[in-house]
Design a protein around this ligand. Structure first.
Ligand code: GLN
Length: 485
């Protein structure tokens, strides 16, 4: 890709295209060339859609002359392969959906616009379950900063695609951290919106009470722009919020003077947080203070129970949501004698180990005799965590923590130890359980690898959250550069 285009944020590229400096087609060709150049090393895409991208780019160029084009529509994007795309195979990183072509588009994509320039569908952990992208049936994704390292997960392909400059931005999904953690490990920005802000219609469900679609971008302004494109009420998703969508770019540059920022003690001082990550988080707190924020310490006393509660609640929803993959209605089928044998053989062959583990865990915790001890208990913890956040937001506007406890780890180093893998989510699951918005912003390097710091806001306060994140990225001097160079 020409260095001049590669150096632009999505926002800048869109302005360049609208101003006539470059065509959408040229930008799209540049992205497709870059994909061609680095994909053997990165493996960010399960399916590439160059014909669709070029056709849509042509339409955007045609519409440019008439005006009325939204800024975001000019920019090619990559889409996580758990979002339904009409007529374009959607695998969820699973064998069981290897040849599945949805009959409709996810509402978030429809909101973005009919002429969206989609360059492809990105690799991910199977049904978004994982923190390293190693649970994909389509091979691991390699972190552009270190090709032997994981990109994080489950939106690892989207994160790596952006970090490698295979385009300017991507959509991911976040159930317990899957937008934020890979963003952190790949040195980009990842935003999980408030639960209900973005329609889940057409997002193939993992854990319905937690799933949200979110932007993965080069900087915070791009995240605001992409959220603008996908947010909105949708009657087809009963959990979609009928809350007006504000202008996320207005006020973005207003800074943090007087903003109250609480550093969450339990999630920053936790022994699982690596020293480099803790230092980056503390540095971010100092930078926000220097920029005019009132920074203090805050406790989320039940946050340490977030991880065990999440790993009861999410698998319980999995056991129900994934029952639909039975070889009859969707995707792969293993023919066998008798319908029960067909179900068994199809699911045995179609699902990978982590998905099977979660189905079994979830079925167990929902079963009679265990329900009260596990599922009901986890729901009570969830309520406690919501109350913790409510108390914290009475005193603070945004909360600061690390995004993930470590930087990118080596491919193959944690895959045999599920508990260690689950520990990646310690800082990200509390916001998921409470349904509040959270964003990961690059906070510097540790051992030469990117560290993400997380800011969390109260429900539907994305404008404040984005403003704080924008101030933070300015203070850290964050500057995106595609890798490998
Ligand atoms: N890593 C977490 C999990 O495996 C979160 C995944 C996600 O947010 N989709 O469940």
């Amino acid at each position: 890709m020409p260095a001049e285009l590669q150096g632009l944020t999505a926002y800048e590229l869109a302005e360049r295209i609208r101003g006539g400096g470059v065509s959408a087609r040229e930008a799209t060709e540049a992205a497709l060339d870059r994909i061609e150049e680095v994909e053997d090393d990165i493996n960010a895409f399960v399916t590439r859609t160059p014909e669709i991208a070029l056709e849509k780019a042509g339409r955007i160029d045609g519409r440019l002359r008439n005006g009325g084009l939204n800024l975001w529509e000019c920019v090619p994007m990559a889409v996580k392969d758990v979002l339904s795309t009409r007529g374009v195979r959607t695998t969820c990183g699973s064998r069981i959906l290897e040849d599945f072509e949805p009959l409709y588009d996810a509402s978030a994509l429809v909101n973005f616009g009919e002429d969206r320039i989609m360059v492809g569908k990105t690799n991910c952990d199977e049904f978004a379950m994982g923190s390293s992208n190693e649970n994909s049936a389509y091979g691991p994704v390699h972190n552009p900063w270190d090709l032997d390292g994981v990109p994080g997960g489950s939106s690892g392909g989207s994160a790596a695609a952006v970090a490698a400059g295979e385009g300017w931005w991507a959509l991911g999904t976040d159930t317990g951290g899957s937008v934020r953690q890979p963003a952190a490990l790949c040195g980009i920005v990842g935003l999980k919106p408030t639960y209900g802000r973005v329609s889940r219609y057409g997002l193939i469900a993992f854990a319905s009470s937690l799933d949200q679609i979110g932007p993965m971008t080069r900087d915070v302004r791009d995240a605001a722009l992409l959220l603008q494109a996908i947010a909105g009420h949708d009657p087809r998703d009963s959990t979609s919020a009928n809350v007006e969508v504000p202008d996320y770019l207005a006020g973005l540059e207003d800074g943090v003077s007087g903003l109250r920022v609480g550093v969450v003690t339990e999630l920053t001082q936790n022994e699982g947080i690596s020293p480099g990550v803790r230092e980056a988080t503390e540095k971010a707190a100092r930078e926000l203070a220097a920029a005019g924020a009132e920074v203090g310490e805050v406790s989320l006393p039940h946050s340490e129970y977030g991880l065990p509660a999440y790993y009861i609640i999410a698998p319980a929803e999995v056991s129900s949501n994934l029952a639909r993959f039975d070889g009859v209605r969707y995707g792969h089928r293993v023919p066998a004698g008798g319908v029960h044998e067909m179900y068994r053989a199809t699911r045995e062959e179609g699902f990978g180990d982590e998905v099977k583990r979660r189905i079994m865990l979830g079925t167990y915790s929902l079963s009679s005799g265990y329900y009260e001890a596990y599922y009901a208990q986890a729901q009570k913890v969830r309520t406690k965590i919501i109350e913790d956040f409510r108390a914290a937001y009475a005193r603070y506007d945004v909360l600061l923590t690390p995004t993930a406890p470590t930087v990118a780890f080596g491919i193959g180093t944690k895959v045999d130890d599920p508990l260690e893998m689950y520990a990646q989510d310690i800082c990200s699951v509390p916001a998921s359980l409470a349904g509040v918005p959270a964003i990961s912003v690059p906070g510097g390097l540790s051992d030469g690898l990117p560290v993400g710091v997380q800011l969390m806001g109260d429900h539907f306060t994305e404008p404040t959250l984005l403003r704080a994140a924008r101030a933070l990225e300015k203070a850290t001097g964050f500057h995106f550069e595609a890798r490998p160079r």
